[in-house]
Design a protein. Structure first.
Lengths: 452, 378
């Protein structure tokens, strides 16, 4: 086995409300939604209307630029709402789910006899293509590009993140079939990143047909972008694909059964949930259905689809995002705190050793959404570097984005990054600079410059 | 606290845009956020944020300066009574010494903060910015690098000059090229050299007959003129905060322990000074060069500059490798200026300012090497 890649820089934020693996049950979701804003830089057009009956695998949307790329329905049922935002941009398609799911049959794939083009076409027809994303830009993989590699991160190091071992438990065969499918989509190798000590699942440890890379270190070691940077960094003009392990399972089930099955195991986490746990449900499940309103206190609660660092705020009537495997509930922090900057009235995680928390590495925290300070200019240096295990100068990259110098951004490594890799930088930032927003603005600029 | 909190929430709307006291928003914001960390919640990006903010950072730097500040007050009194021959032993008249020192030092602090913060508040409200905490540190650093006998109007003038021309014209804290407190000092040094150098200014209200030469000035003759223990503990004449190396090292330990000051910069400055000192020891062309190199650590402001001024994150190099080069450069320059140019006995001031100016260039080369690596890979 390959040697371990040790990442010394990073930070694990340990929070209250880790999902328990016991009592993981299947939960029927009343409604499911597809949120087109999750598909960055794609303009999707509707193929259905309110009232249309759909089956699992019925195309709902197609990409204006690449009409072969469609998003299909994760459940069978009836389209009950189409929400649009400003300038009639599609925000959400809501589907009322049947109790008994009906599937469109596409027929199993023969990985040994079918060529890459045929396989790609099958995935696109079934609406599974959007599960494959690419760097740079974190958008859906282009249907006809040749990636330098396909990356799967076999562990998630984000705060309260679901255990990948557990997400694929019971689906080992489908997972392996999915990996096999990925190897057949292009000439590029498939890289699977696993944690050197925490990964236990044989499906990951003994995965076949892929290159296994062992990583060790704190968050963001589990981010696929960080793993790419250390395995095979993306250069200008190249693309690397990546797929979440749960979605590898979805792809694998398609290979084996010939039909789409968008069931996903989701982690319900955070201090405001009475019983943090896992549930088996559908991609885009409704928050109400899966939590059944089980929030503990009377406090204002922030519901996040995803983790606390990179997730999206949702309301209690909302749905989980297309790419999210986790729901986090934490209290809002809308309260003034007397001399909070000097004498914190409750413990909070930070890398700074000026707090006791900087020394107690294993303490578990209840956090809230307070910003703990106001935005300022860049002052403190060396902080971002402590939590960014990449050979990149973060402050310089951020500044080049702020003054919109595309050439400089390229030289400083914008193609290798995504906002999720910088989320910890934002967390630790003394000046409370909106780091993730800046990174995305930079990527938007690059996209306009190179792809649009 | 509940009372105060309710008042702030009650009054806040009056200071917002469109409120009765809109133009005092900056002042209200400055004071209310000092008392209460705001109730603002995250709206984009990460949903949770660390506890560290600029107020805490700056306050911890002030804490680190306190030992040097307190000892400085005592030493101003001690040197005075030493010169008059009243309490010649360290242990005698401690209270008198403190009172004398406080009467000298506190007004300087008040003037430095008053003038500097006044300008900050004024500019911040004109521009509609919130007040940046950076001056809380500069306002205490300025008194600590002044001779005890400095006239107060000079402190005010220098603080104003530094805040306006070293900081605000560049866009405020975070944007400045030169260290603000050192700009204040260098302004006085060149504008009023007789008040900032020589043998007369380092001991407050001393009789003319008593020699007030500092260790640095003495060293031209090849000897510091003070015993090593006194130089380490700080019972020597000098700028208010620079004399006690022990107090400064306590501050340094605190800054490194809490992770707020850059150990890299501190250590590299000291290594740089040591290297230059050893080179001079080896060349040994004059008496100053022959002075054993370690004396440089104990005299003048080298230690103070290394710990509190070279480490200023805004004006120092920003990359880790850059910090090493930046520190070494400052340390070497400081000793070189001391030895080569006795007209400017305090080399560290000019060396740090030189380092400040060079820092972006140093970083540029460090970043370029990263870029080259990336290009070579493609």
């Amino acid at each position: 086995m390959a040697s371990t890649i040790k990442l010394r820089r990073g930070f694990d934020i340990k929070l209250k409300g880790q999902a328990k693996k016991e009592n993981c049950v299947a939960v029927h979701t009343q409604t499911v939604s597809i949120n087109p804003p999750a598909f960055r830089y794609s303009t999707f057009k509707l193929l259905v209307d309110v009232g249309t009956e759909v089956q699992v695998g019925t195309p709902l949307l197609y990409d204006k630029k690449h009409p072969s790329v469609v998003v299909s329905s994760p459940v069978s049922g009836e389209v009950v709402a189409v929400h649009r935002g400003d300038r009639r941009v599609l925000q959400e398609i809501v589907i009322l789910a049947d109790q008994q799911q009906k599937h469109i049959e596409f027929g199993p794939l023969n990985l040994d006899s079918m060529d890459a083009t045929t396989l790609r076409t099958s995935l696109q027809q079934a609406g599974l293509w959007p599960l494959i994303r690419r760097r740079p830009f974190d958008c859906i993989a282009l249907p006809d590009e040749n990636p330098i590699g396909i990356f799967v991160s076999g562990f998630d190091s984000a705060p309260l993140a679901p255990s990948v071992d557990f997400l694929i438990k019971g689906h080992e065969q489908a997972f392996q079939a999915g990996l096999h499918l990925l190897t057949r989509l292009s000439q590029a190798p498939v890289h699977l990143g696993i944690h050197a000590t925490q990964t236990q699942s044989a499906a990951l440890l003994k995965a076949e047909k892929v290159q296994i890379h062992r990583f060790e270190g704190a968050h963001p070691a589990g981010n696929v972008g960080i793993q790419m940077h250390h395995i095979r960094p993306v250069n200008k003009g190249e693309a690397a694909w990546y797929v979440h392990p749960s979605d590898v399972v979805i792809l694998g089930r398609f290979v084996l059964n010939g039909r789409c099955d968008f069931r996903r195991r989701m982690a319900l986490t955070g201090s405001e949930l009475k019983e943090p746990r896992y549930v088996d449900t559908f991609l885009g499940a409704s928050v109400q259905s899966i939590t059944a309103g089980e929030f503990s206190g009377k406090k204002d609660v922030r519901l996040i689809s995803g983790n606390v660092l990179t997730g999206t705020k949702v309301n209690s009537e909302g749905h989980l995002g297309y790419y999210d495997h986790q729901l986090t509930a934490i209290p809002e922090g809308n309260d003034l705190e007397f001399l909070g900057w000097l004498l914190p009235s409750y413990p909070r995680p930070d890398i700074s050793r000026s707090f006791l928390s900087g020394w107690l590495k294993n303490r578990v925290y209840q956090v809230n959404t307070n910003t703990h300070g106001e935005e300022r200019a860049f002052v403190v240096t060396g902080q971002y570097e402590q939590v960014l295990p990449m050979d990149i100068h973060p402050t310089y990259l951020l500044k080049s984005i702020m003054y919109q110098d595309i050439e400089e951004m390229e030289k400083l490594g914008i193609y290798e990054v995504s906002e999720e890799d910088f989320a910890l930088c934002e967390f630790v930032c003394t000046s409370k600079i909106p780091v993730q927003k800046i990174i995305r603005e930079g990527l938007d600029l690059m996209y306009e410059d190179s792809m649009a | 606290m509940k009372f105060l909190k309710d008042r702030i929430i009650e009054w806040r709307p009056h200071f917002e845009k469109g409120g009765k006291y809109e133009r005092f928003h900056t002042v209200f914001d400055g004071f209310s956020t000092f008392l209460f960390t705001p109730d603002s919640v995250t709206t984009q990006g990460a949903h949770i944020r660390g506890g560290m903010d600029l107020k805490r950072t700056m306050f911890f730097v002030i804490l680190a300066m306190l030992p040097a500040f307190i000892f400085g007050m005592f030493n101003v009194g001690h040197q005075h009574y030493l010169s008059t021959g009243e309490f010649t032993s360290v242990g005698d008249g401690i209270l008198e010494k403190f009172i004398f020192g406080a009467l000298k030092v506190i007004p300087i602090v008040v003037v430095a903060y008053g003038v500097g913060l006044g300008i900050e508040f004024f500019i911040a409200s004109r521009k509609g910015h919130s007040i940046n905490e950076g001056y809380l540190v500069s306002g205490l650093l300025i008194p600590l690098v002044m001779p005890p006998d400095i006239p107060l109007w000079m402190v005010g003038l220098a603080s104003a000059f530094a805040v306006i021309f070293a900081k605000e014209v560049f866009g405020g804290t975070g944007m400045n090229v030169l260290n603000v407190a050192l700009t204040a000092r260098v302004f006085l040094f060149f504008a009023y050299p007789t008040y900032m150098s020589g043998d007369m200014v380092w001991i407050a209200d001393k009789p003319d007959t008593y020699s007030g030469a500092t260790a640095l000035a003495n060293s031209i003759q090849g000897s510091t003129g003070f015993c090593t223990t006194d130089m380490f503990l700080g019972f020597i004449p000098g700028s208010i905060g620079e004399t006690s190396k022990l107090a400064i090292l306590m501050g340094a330990a605190f800054l490194i322990f809490t992770g707020i000051g850059s150990a890299t910069v501190m250590i590299s400055v000291l290594i740089g000074a040591g290297i230059m000192g050893l080179i001079f020891n080896a060349i040994a062309l004059n008496d100053f060069m022959r002075l054993p190199f370690w004396n440089h650590y104990l005299m003048g402001g080298l230690m103070f500059g290394a710990v509190f001024m070279a480490t200023d994150p805004v004006t120092a190099a920003q990359t880790e490798r850059g910090k090493w080069i930046y520190g070494l450069l400052i340390g070497m320059m400081a000793v070189m200026i001391r030895v080569f140019n006795p007209a400017y006995p305090e080399g560290i001031m000019l060396a740090i300012l030189f380092g400040n100016v060079m820092a972006p260039l140093i970083d540029h080369f460090v970043v370029q090497s990263n870029i080259k690596k990336r290009l070579a890979r493609a």
